[in-house]
Structures are given as C-alpha cells and as structure tokens.
Design a protein around this ligand. Structure first.
Ligand code: MG
Length: 417
C-alpha cells in the first residue's frame, strides 16, 4: 500500500524559542552557543545566516562574520520542555511518530484520512498548531517515503510545505544534487562528481552497475534505490529507544582538543536533555570521533550508576577524548556522544490514566495526561535543568547542543503548490 509520510522540522529551533520568549530579539541576528573564546555555535536565527553563521562553527568565527549578533547561552532544559509540547502536537495526528531530534520527526499518517484529512491537510494542521500553541514555525515535507519527505521539508524553509505525490517522486528528485541523498557525504559526492554524476537523476539514469564501479556494491544498491525514490524504512515509533545520540560534522576539521571537548560537552548536554525528556537514565557513554581521513573510532565507558547529567557525561567524554592519540596531527571532522544501557526513572507513566475510561472521558484524560507530563517535565527541569547547564556555561563557556537545522539556508525554489 502507498504510504503517506510527513517529515516535520522546526525552523531554527533554539534561536526561534529565544526570539519567541523575548520580543526584543525578533528580527535581529541571534546566535545560541558558548560565549567564551572557545565557545561553539549551537544555532543561528535566519537573520544571522546570510552572514555565513553556521552551527558547529567556533563562536570567534561567527562573531567575525556577524559582529552585531546577540549571543545567548543555550537553555537545554527549556528547549527539551518545548520539544515535549511539540511531540504532544504530533502525537495527536498519528500514533506513528519517530523523533529524530528535539525538533524533528517523521510521522506515518497513512489511514488517517477519514479522521484528519490527507497528508497535505495534516501537514497544514501541524503547522497551524505549532504556530498557535507554541508560537514557533515548522516546515513539513509530505511524500510516500521517508527520505523524500526529509528532503522536501528542507527545500522551502523557513515556513515550508512541500508535497511530493507518488507520481512526482522521480521528477522531484531528478534535478536535485546528489548531496541531498541520505548517506552521500563529501567522499562519495566527490567520487560521483569525478564520474560526471551530479544530480540524483544522473544516478537513477546510470543504474546500479555503473555506480558500483565508483562507490562499491553496497553503497551503489543503496544509492540507486534512493535515486529511484525507494526507501523501505518504516516510521518507527520510539517508545523505548536502545540508545540516544548527538553528533555533528564540522565545517572545517578541528585539531584543538579543548575545542573538541566543548563540542562533546554540548553534545552531552543535548543527549541528556532528551534523556530527561523521556524520563530515562543511561549507564554507558560512548564517544565517537571521525578523523579528517574518515577513520572512525569509538571509546566507551560504563558507569556504576545510571545518569542523565550532562556535566557528568561531559566529564567522561573528556576522559575518553584525552586517551585518543593523534588528534592535533590528523584533524577531526565529526564528534558524537551517545548513551546506552537506558533505564527508566520514577516519573509515573501518565498514559495509564486513559485505561478503562468510557470514550467521552478519553479526551479529558488526554488533556490530563498532557498536563501530567508537563508537570513531570517541570519537576525534571527544577531538579536538573537550567542550573546544571548554566554552571557548565559560566565556568567553561560551553554551549548546549547544536540545532542541526542551522545548516546553510537553501535557496528557495518555486513552490509547486
Ligand atoms: Mg530544525
């Protein structure tokens, strides 16, 4: 059966939350990140992006490019609470919601037609609710498969809505650069360019055999399928994640261990905020480092006691980082922190409220459930939240985590709708 998949992504999430909460920031370039000399950009508002400010950039560089920007320390616990409200909206649209980060998710809305309308209608409902209830702006892509929905949500940002109907998938993909495809990084992109393959249409045209000669058999099968608009991955509702992670690729390779540690600390803060948002703790901390030559290494440590404390995870990440030789010589293009060995905490699961209630009470119960969840998050915020983060920021000038949507703004293409 043809499926209807939505990819929903909040625009410039962290920076937009700050502009929403403080009207004096609206219309001004806002950078969320570490304020010290070694700080890193987590997110940039759309006003800052034309200056060339990007996430994962050293703050020093960002301020050279945009000296008038307002720099704010990240408030991860606050963003996690807003994220929980965002996912609350998504969950009213479909039981199949798969979160990718605090501000990004896939939804499978196949079969929701009778109740809520078709894919584009649900997309508009989500955009409307996000604006009305959260004061934020979402971009949505609608398509029959995941990777096309994800590409589509990005094309009309900010405030985008791009619908790719099943019979339009191949023509939609054909003109886009290969770098838009999931799994095509710098090395693969260069290998394809040397073969004269620049657009996704080029990949679909030459087929798997030609691709295999350039990028190897496994990658060729994967790329050829994506280029034809095929993506068998189902939307996986993430009730019980096995691990949670945060990683970033840098604009330029980094050779400074202290700067890398700031990155790891921000990533630790992001992933811990998500962990707390889902009422989880983790036992195992894994640090991932990809060198400029693309060699990938991981280092992991298991704790005696599960934690969701970004500072503690950051401290472990530092120990693990310091054991890795050759960073200054080789350069690092990506770092990541992931947490596994997850266990729940004592926050009562409010979902139980709806059990056994007559249908007319279910809506009331749903409201109560949302409030209970909000209360739980507030308690978590009080226990772990802003204080812990501020401490890290003030002592070390660290940031929080990258809003991965702070990528280069894509040139706007004419809308189809
Ligand atoms: Mg985003």
């Amino acid at each position: 059966m043809e499926r209807t998949i939505l990819h929903v992504d909040l625009d410039a999430f962290y920076a937009s939350v700050e502009q929403r909460d403080d009207p004096s920031l609206r219309g001004r370039p806002v950078i969320v990140g570490g304020r010290s000399r070694r700080g890193v950009v987590c997110a940039a508002s759309y006003e800052a992006r034309p200056f060339g400010v990007r996430s994962a950039m050293p703050m020093v560089t960002a301020l050279e490019r945009c000296p008038d920007a307002v720099v704010l320390a990240p408030r991860m616990a606050h963003y996690a609470a807003v994220s929980s409200q965002f996912f609350g909206i998504l969950e009213t649209m479909s039981p199949l919601v798969e979160g990718l980060s605090l501000d990004e998710a896939f939804l499978d809305v196949t079969g929701e037609e009778r109740l809520l309308g078709d894919g584009p209608t649900i997309a508009r409902r989500i955009k409307h609710s996000v604006r009305a209830e959260l004061g934020l702006v979402a971009s949505v892509g609608v398509a029959p498969v995941k990777h096309v929905a994800k590409i589509a949500s990005d094309l009309d940002k900010p405030d985008g809505l791009r619908v790719v109907r099943p019979n339009e998938v191949t023509s939609f993909l054909a003109g886009l650069p290969v770098s838009r495809l999931w799994g095509v990084g710098k090395v693969t992109g260069e290998a394809l360019a040397r073969a004269g393959l620049h657009t996704i249409g080029d990949l679909a045209r030459v087929g798997e055999r030609v691709l295999a000669a350039r990028v190897g058999g496994d990658a060729a099968a994967h790329l050829a399928a994506l280029a034809r608009g095929e993506d068998a991955r189902a939307v996986q509702p993430d009730r019980a994640p096995v691990s949670l992670g945060s990683e970033d690729t840098f604009e330029r390779d980094l050779r400074d261990r202290e700067l890398l540690w700031e990155m790891l600390l921000m990533q630790a803060d992001t992933v811990c905020a998500r962990l707390r948002g889902e009422s989880l703790r983790a036992r195992t901390v894994t640090v991932k480092i990809k060198f400029a030559d693309f060699e990938l290494i991981t280092r992991r440590m298991t704790l005696a006691r599960p934690t969701a404390d970004g500072r503690e995870v950051g401290r472990i990440a530092r120990e693990l980082l310091m054991q890795v030789p050759g960073i200054e010589q080789r350069g690092v293009r990506l770092t990541g922190v992931s947490l596994s060995g997850l266990t729940g905490v004592e926050v009562a699961p409010p979902r139980q409220l709806a059990l056994g209630l007559p249908a007319d009470k279910a809506a009331e119960a749903a409201v109560a459930r949302g409030e209970a969840l909000g209360d739980a998050l507030d308690r978590i915020t009080q226990r772990f939240g802003d204080g812990a983060l501020r401490r890290a920021i003030h002592v070390r000038g660290a940031g929080g985590a990258l809003d991965d949507d702070a990528a280069p703004a894509q040139p706007k293409e004419p809308r189809r709708r």
